[in-house]
Design a protein. Structure first.
Lengths: 655, 275
C-alpha cells in the first residue's frame, strides 16, 4: 500500500504527461481528398490542412488540384487544369507547377474504316515560385498553340523574376510561329518599375513592328516604332515635358510637383488623356505586354478577380504628383458633382418625349433644345477628365497639358444652328473668357457655371411652355408610345445597313423628312383634341411604314420567281446542245414593262398612303402572270404585240 | 468411173493442185499497178431536207429527203445540168443520253441515168439500203464535236439496161464540229461554222478498192427556233471502177433542218445543264 501510492501518482502523472503531449500534437496536419472548388473551378483536390481556433480549414503543406471538362459540340473539347504546390498558413509557398490544356479533336473523315482526326488547342505550363503568398524568385512560362496536330505558335520565357509580388531584374519572352519571332525584353527596378531601354517586336496589321522605349526610373522619355522589315519609322514620340521635369528635379529646382510615391500601370500619362497621341502611341506595345502577363498571371489570385480576369499587373511606371492648394482641393471635391448635375439635366431634357416632339413649336423651344444638345456634347468630351478629377487621379496630371484641350471646348463665342420652318438660323452665345493656364480648376468650375446660367434661362422658358403638355398625361403617353414606335420602325429600316437603296430612300423620305414635317405641324397645333388626332395620324404613318417594310420583298423575289417559271429548256437534236429559252416572250415582256412601271412609281411616291397601292398592283400582276403560264395565250400575245401604253397592257391582262 | 470413185481423194487432191498451180502460175504473172489518173473535177448541187420528230423522251423519228443534180455531160461546171439522185433516208433513233444515240432504218435512193438521151440506159434505178449508225457527241470548249459511225447494206446496180444488182457493205465515219460565231455556245439564233470530214469504206465481192471516197465539207449555218439552215461546199475524192483512176467532185449543198417535239406542252425546266 505504501509502495502503491507513490506508484499511483507516478502513473497518473505519466498519463497526464502523455495526454498533454497528445493534445499538443493535435495540431498535426490532416489530409483532404475529394471534390474541391479552387479559383472558381470545381474539381478534385488533395491537400494537407490544419484547423484554426474557429475550426476553419487552413491549407498548410502539399497541395494538388485538378479540374477536367469535356464538351462535344461538333468537335470534342477537352479541358484540363492542374495545380501542384505547397501552402503555408493558407498562402502559396515554394515551388508551384500549373498546367492547363484546352484541346479540340475534330473528326475530318473516315476512309477505309480509318478515322482521320485533326487536333488543335492550347497547352500552357507555368513553373512558379512563391513566398508568403506572393510571387518570389524565378518563373518559367511556356504556351503552345496547336493546329492540325502541329505546334503553330509557341510562347516561352525563362527570364521572369519576381520579388515580393512585383517583377524584378528583367522581363524577357519570345513568341515564335515558324515564320516570325515576336519578343519583348527590358529591365525592371525594385517594385516592378520599368527602367532603361525596352525593346518590343510584335505583329501589328500583318507586319512586324520594332518598338523601342526609353524609361528613366519608371518615367517614359521616348518611344520609336519602326517597320522591322523596311526600317521605315512608323511613329515616334518624345516626352519633352517629362524630361524637363526630371531635369528640374535633378537640379533641385522643381516647384509645385515631385515624384509620386505611388506606382502606376503600364499606361504612362502626364497631362494628357487617353485620346491624345502620346497615349495612343503606347497602346500597341502595352497590349502586347499585357497579353503575355495576362497569360502568366491568370492562375494567381493576387492578380485576378473572381471571374479570372487579370486586374493588376506587377509592372509599373511612375508619375509626378502635383500640389493642390486648399481651394483647388475643395473644387476637386465639388466639381464632379456639378458636372454630373449639369449632364443629368441636359440628358433629362433631351430625353423628354414631349420636349423632343414639340421642339419645333417656335424658335425659342427649338433653340433651347438645340442648346442642350450642343452643351451635352461638350460635356461628353470632358467625361474622362472629370473622372480623373472625381477619383483624385488628377493630382498626377500636369494641368498645363489640359489647358488647350479644355479651352477648345469652353469657347468664348459659340454659334448654334437651329432648323425652324425648314430654314436654318444661327444663334450666337458669348461666354466670359476663362484662364485655364493660370487657374485651371477655377476656370473649369466657372465655365460650368456659365453654361448652367444659360441653361437655367432656357429651362425657365421651356419648362413653362412644356408644362401644359407635361400636365396633360394622355398626350404624354401618346408622345412616349409614338417615340417608341418611331424607334422601332427606324431600327427596322436601319437594319438594311445602307445596302438597299430603295429602303434607304423610303427611310429618308418618310421616316426622316415626312416625320419632321409632321412633327413641325404637330408642334403648331393648339388644342388637345386636334393634337390628339394628329398624334394618331403620325402613328398611322409609322404603322404603314412598318407594314410596308414587311412587304418590300416583292420587288426582288417576285421577279426572280417569274423569270424562272418563264424559262424552258430546249434541246437541239442536230447540234446536240441544250439552252434556256424564254416561254411566251411577248407576255413576259409585258410583265416586265408593267412591273418596272410599278417599281418606279413606288420608289418615287411621295404620299405614303399610296405605297400600298403599288405593292398591291405588283402582287396582282404577279398572280396573273403566274396563272397565264400554263394557259393558251396565243390570242392574248397577238393583242399584246399591238399594245403601246401601260393602261392598255393592264386592260389586256385583266388587271 | 469406179476408178474415179475409188481414188476420189487422189482426184480431188490432183484437181486442187492443178487449180492452185494454175492460180499460182496466174499470180506469178502480176500485172504492174496502173499509173494514177485523176479525172477532171465535176460539179453537183445537193438540196436536202432533214427532219427529226421527238415522240418520247428517248425515241425520235429521223428522216432525210434529198434532191440532187449534177453537171451536164458537155459542161462540167454547171452543177445542175442533169438529174443525179432522189434520196430518202428514214429511221428510228433511240437516244441513250445527250451524248450517245443509235439510229436504224431503210433508205430508198433513185439513181438517174448518166446520159438521159442514151437509150442504152434506164432513166432511173432504185437502190434500197438498210442502214444503222452510232452517234457520239462531245465538247471541246464551246465547240460541239460529233462522231458519226454509219453502216449501210445496199443493193445497187448501174443504169445500163439489164445490169444486175450487186450487194455491198459500206462503213462510214464522219467527224463534225459545230463552232458558234456570234454566241458563246450553240443555242438559238446562232451563226455557226460546221466543218466536217467523212471517210467511206466499202466491201463486197465486186469491190476492188476498199477505200470508196473521202468527203470534206465546210458549211455555214444558222439556228432559228426549230429550224436550222445549213449550207456550204463539199469536195469529194475517191477511186472509180477503173483501177488507178480517181475522181473528184465539187458539190454545193443547201439544207434545211427542222425538229419538232410531239410530247405536248413542255414544262418549264431550268437547271444547270451541260453544254
Amino acid at each position: 500500500m505504501v509502495f502503491w501510492l507513490p506508484m499511483k501518482k507516478f502513473y497518473v502523472f505519466t498519463l497526464l504527461l502523455f495526454s498533454s503531449t497528445h493534445l499538443s500534437f493535435g495540431q498535426s496536419k490532416k489530409v483532404y481528398e475529394g471534390n474541391y472548388i479552387y479559383l472558381g473551378k470545381s474539381g478534385e483536390a488533395s491537400f494537407e490542412f490544419i484547423l484554426n481556433s474557429d475550426f476553419e480549414q487552413i491549407k498548410d503543406g502539399r497541395f494538388y488540384f485538378q479540374f477536367e471538362d469535356r464538351k462535344d459540340n461538333g468537335k470534342s473539347e477537352f479541358f484540363k487544369r492542374s495545380y501542384s504546390g505547397f501552402f503555408s498558413a493558407d498562402s502559396r509557398e515554394g515551388d508551384w507547377e500549373i498546367e492547363e490544356e484546352n484541346l479540340f479533336v475534330k473528326i475530318s473523315d473516315i476512309i477505309d474504316l480509318k478515322v482521320n482526326t485533326s487536333l488543335s488547342g492550347i497547352q500552357t505550363k507555368i513553373l512558379a515560385s512563391y513566398k508568403a503568398g506572393l510571387p518570389e524568385g524565378s518563373w518559367t512560362f511556356q504556351k503552345r498553340l496547336i493546329e492540325d496536330g502541329q505546334v503553330n505558335q509557341s510562347i516561352q520565357s525563362d527570364r521572369i523574376f519576381f520579388k515580393k509580388g512585383k517583377l524584378a531584374n528583367r522581363l524577357e519572352f519570345r513568341i515564335s510561329n515558324g515564320k516570325s519571332v515576336q519578343f519583348a525584353k527590358g529591365e525592371v527596378q525594385d517594385e516592378g518599375v520599368m527602367s532603361g531601354e525596352w525593346t518590343l517586336v510584335y505583329l501589328s496589321e500583318d507586319r512586324l513592328v520594332n518598338e523601342v522605349r526609353n524609361y528613366e526610373n519608371g518615367f517614359l522619355l521616348g518611344l520609336v516604332k519602326r517597320d522591322l522589315k523596311t526600317g521605315e519609322i512608323l511613329d515616334e514620340a518624345v516626352f519633352f515635358d517629362t524630361i524637363e521635369k526630371l531635369n528640374l528635379i535633378r537640379q533641385g529646382s522643381q516647384a509645385g510637383f515631385r515624384i509620386a510615391d505611388e506606382y502606376f500601370g503600364l499606361e504612362y500619362a502626364d497631362g494628357f488623356l487617353s485620346s491624345d497621341s502620346l497615349a495612343q502611341i503606347q497602346k500597341d506595345g502595352n497590349d502586347f505586354l499585357k497579353s503575355f502577363l495576362g497569360d502568366l498571371l491568370a492562375h494567381d489570385p493576387n492578380f485576378i478577380d473572381q471571374n479570372g480576369n487579370v486586374i493588376f499587373y506587377p509592372i509599373h511606371t511612375r508619375r509626378m504628383v502635383y500640389e493642390l492648394s486648399r481651394s483647388d482641393q475643395k473644387m476637386v471635391e465639388e466639381m464632379p458633382h456639378r458636372y454630373e448635375q449639369l449632364k443629368d439635366l441636359f440628358e433629362k431634357q433631351l430625353n423628354d418625349p414631349a420636349f423632343r416632339l414639340n421642339r419645333f413649336q417656335n424658335d425659342s423651344l427649338a433653340l433651347a433644345y438645340r442648346f442642350f444638345e450642343v452643351q451635352n456634347k461638350k460635356l461628353e468630351k470632358l467625361k474622362e477628365l472629370v473622372e480623373l478629377i472625381k477619383t483624385k487621379q488628377i493630382q498626377y496630371y500636369d494641368l498645363n497639358g489640359f489647358a488647350g484641350f479644355v479651352s477648345a471646348i469652353f469657347v468664348e463665342k459659340e454659334e448654334v444652328l437651329v432648323k425652324v420652318d425648314e430654314k436654318e438660323k444661327a444663334f450666337s452665345f458669348q461666354y466670359p473668357k476663362r484662364d485655364f493656364e493660370t487657374d485651371f480648376y477655377s476656370a473649369f468650375q466657372l465655365s460650368l457655371e456659365d453654361i448652367r446660367a444659360k441653361a437655367d434661362q432656357f429651362l425657365a422658358y421651356s419648362g413653362k411652355t412644356l408644362t401644359v403638355l407635361r400636365e396633360n398625361e394622355e398626350l404624354l403617353g401618346l408622345s412616349k408610345s409614338l417615340d417608341l414606335k418611331r424607334m422601332e420602325v427606324l431600327e427596322l429600316y436601319e437594319d438594311s445597313s445602307g445596302e438597299n437603296a430603295l429602303v434607304e430612300a423610303l427611310k429618308e423620305r418618310f421616316l426622316v423628312q415626312q416625320m419632321e414635317l409632321e412633327e413641325m405641324t404637330l408642334a403648331k397645333i393648339e388644342g388637345f383634341e386636334k393634337k390628339k388626332v394628329y398624334y394618331q395620324r403620325i402613328e398611322l404613318l409609322l404603322d404603314s411604314m412598318k407594314e410596308i417594310y414587311g412587304q418590300l420583298g416583292i420587288w426582288t423575289n417576285q421577279e426572280e420567281e417569274l423569270d424562272r417559271i418563264y424559262l424552258e429548256e430546249i434541246f437541239n437534236p442536230f447540234t446536240y446542245t441544250k439552252y434556256n429559252q424564254r416561254v411566251k416572250p411577248r407576255l413576259f415582256e409585258s410583265y416586265e414593262l408593267l412591273f418596272s412601271h410599278y417599281l418606279t412609281s413606288f420608289s418615287e411616291e411621295t404620299d405614303y398612303t399610296n405605297l400600298k397601292v403599288w405593292i398591291s398592283k405588283a402582287e396582282k400582276l404577279g398572280e396573273r402572270i403566274r396563272k397565264l403560264r400554263n394557259e393558251d395565250t396565243r390570242k392574248l400575245e397577238k393583242s399584246l404585240n399591238k399594245a403601246k401604253t401601260i393602261s392598255k397592257l393592264e386592260s389586256l391582262l385583266g388587271l | 468411173m469406179g476408178f474415179l470413185l475409188k481414188y476420189k481423194w487422189i482426184v480431188l487432191l490432183s484437181f486442187f493442185v492443178l487449180v492452185a498451180g494454175n492460180n499460182t502460175m496466174a499470180q506469178s504473172e502480176v500485172a504492174p499497178p496502173p499509173a494514177k489518173t485523176n479525172l477532171p473535177a465535176t460539179t453537183e448541187l445537193w438540196n436536202g431536207f432533214y427532219l427529226k420528230l421527238r415522240f418520247s423522251d428517248r425515241w425520235w423519228w429521223y428522216q432525210e429527203n434529198h434532191y440532187r443534180r449534177r453537171n451536164s455531160l458537155d459542161n462540167r461546171s454547171d452543177f445542175v445540168g442533169r438529174m443525179s439522185q432522189f434520196y430518202n433516208r428514214f429511221g428510228l433513233t433511240y437516244m441513250f443520253t445527250d451524248r450517245f444515240e443509235v439510229t436504224f432504218g431503210p433508205t430508198l435512193v433513185w439513181n438517174y441515168s448518166p446520159d438521159p438521151e442514151n437509150p442504152e440506159f434506164v432513166n432511173s434505178v432504185m437502190e434500197p439500203r438498210f442502214w444503222h449508225q452510232w452517234l457520239f457527241t462531245d465538247n471541246v470548249g464551246r465547240v460541239k464535236v460529233l462522231h458519226q459511225f454509219r453502216f449501210e447494206h445496199r443493193f445497187k446496180r448501174d443504169n445500163d439496161i439489164g445490169a444486175e444488182y450487186k450487194f455491198t457493205n459500206r462503213w462510214r465515219y464522219k467527224i463534225t464540229a459545230y463552232i458558234p460565231l456570234n454566241k458563246p455556245k450553240m443555242e438559238n439564233h446562232t451563226l455557226f461554222l460546221a466543218p466536217s470530214n467523212e471517210f467511206f469504206f466499202e466491201s463486197g465481192r465486186h469491190v476492188q478498192n476498199i477505200f470508196e471516197e473521202n468527203r470534206v465539207y465546210t458549211a455555214i449555218g444558222y439556228t432559228h427556233n426549230q429550224l436550222m439552215l445549213f449550207g456550204g461546199h463539199m469536195w469529194t475524192y475517191g477511186p472509180t471502177s477503173t483501177p488507178g483512176t480517181y475522181r473528184n467532185r465539187h458539190i454545193i449543198r443547201l439544207n434545211v433542218m427542222y425538229n419538232f417535239d410531239l410530247r405536248g406542252k413542255r414544262k418549264p425546266i431550268t437547271r444547270d445543264f451541260q453544254y
